[in-house]
Design a protein around this ligand. Sequence first.
Ligand code: GUN
Ligand code: ZN
Length: 504
Amino acid sequence: MRDLFELRDADVAGRIAELTVPRTGLTVETPALLPVINPHIETVSPARMAELGVEIIITNAYIFHGSDDRREAVEREGLHEHLGFDGAIMTDSGSFQLAEYGEIDVTTEEIVEFQHQIGSDIATPVDIPTPPDVDRERAERELHTTQDRIERAATLDVGDMLLTAPIQGSTYPDLREASAAHAYATGLEVFPIGAMVPLLNDYRFADIADLVVAAKRGLGADAPVHLFGAGHPMMFALAVAMGCDLFDSAAYALYARDGRYLTVRGTRHLDDLDYFPCECPVCTARTPEDLRAGDESERERMLAEHNLNVSLAEIRRIKQAIRRGDLLELVEARARAHPTMLDGYRALLDHADWLEQQDPVGDGPFFSLSAESARRPEVHRHHARLDRLAVPDRVLLATDLNDLPRGINDDYDGVWPLTPPFGPYPPALTQTTPLTAEVPSTPDRQSIDEAIAGIRRLAEANPESAFGVYAPDWPFPELDLPENLSIRSTESTDSSPSRSDDGR
Ligand code: GUN
Ligand code: ZN
């Protein structure tokens, strides 16, 4: 069933794809946000969600299963009619309740069969959401149980209902990768990364990035990845850049109940807002004061609808960024929302080698906006190709070709531009990505260090060539530069090893 997920466009490790959901006969465009429908509380109706552009929702089969009335109604009507939604519906199994309350009273076979019976489009076995930071022995033992249940689920006859194979392994990246590889090998169709809620609640975005990348390493490129429990729009761009395709949001409703207003830069409380920083219909038709003064259930409903609007808008913005190829610029902006988001972005950049393999084209715009920009995969890619360039015998690398000391050119066969954070490149590449990058005229230290790393790499790859570097403001390390490299200073034209100054 692997051709169910067709990639349309990609940037960083993020992608736009079409997920075919055979049971509805529909396709869902990803990245997609699945609003969580809690059968106990309805703030925004599924029918209204469809009007807002929602193609797929998620609900919890275990909650229906646990109440006689509800079970009967949903068995009779089917999930789609019962909820009043004719898009795709994914169901969870009760594993979350298992994590919260320690036990549940259904088996994987029972709950998968039930999900099939009520018409779910994408069903979930009873995985064990092992919490973060448990000892390794427990993480392994519970992972084995999860894997056993996924294997059993894969043998059930579920017709054309899709099944998820959740990925667990606590905070052990190697277990996450092994879990993902095992899940992928079962041939099941959708791959949720589980037990992230405690990490999300504690803003542990660096750990999340490491664990998501670990899971991604175990999966094929054609595996749709769901990040279980990730519902805050602040982190969608980062999560998509890591390669997550599906999110579920209970946050839109849970936060609304507490008077909390979601934005892409974090959560605000309605009581603290004088203005709505949002263009959605809820926020343009009224002021925070209007909402505070109004009826309580109306307030909750309007907040939930805004929270959903802002989340869906962020997903659209992310898709457009993938189309344009500037998803990292969006991630960069979101990383400024909270220091822990910056930790998450930095942790993702620690995997720049992996990111680069995910997006071998990388031909989008590059705006150098921070020290982090210097660690983007495009910089790695440029450094890697420095080993393969044809280099003149004597070449000058210079930051400003228009302001060279008089006569310095005479010492060299060619002059190459030197731009932070990339480093040197042949003039012929000037108009090619990523060297068309927009960089500030006041580079930060990290960008200069990366450019120097590029110079070193070029010099070491070409020991038979001699390199001069003219970068008057850069701090070069005193020691440890390759022998075929000399640093030229402003007044250094007569310090050339081979020639004296031109006849002044
Ligand atoms: N919802 C949030 N986290 C999880 C998880 O780890 N497993 C399942 N099945 N549902 C979840
Ligand atoms: Zn709004």
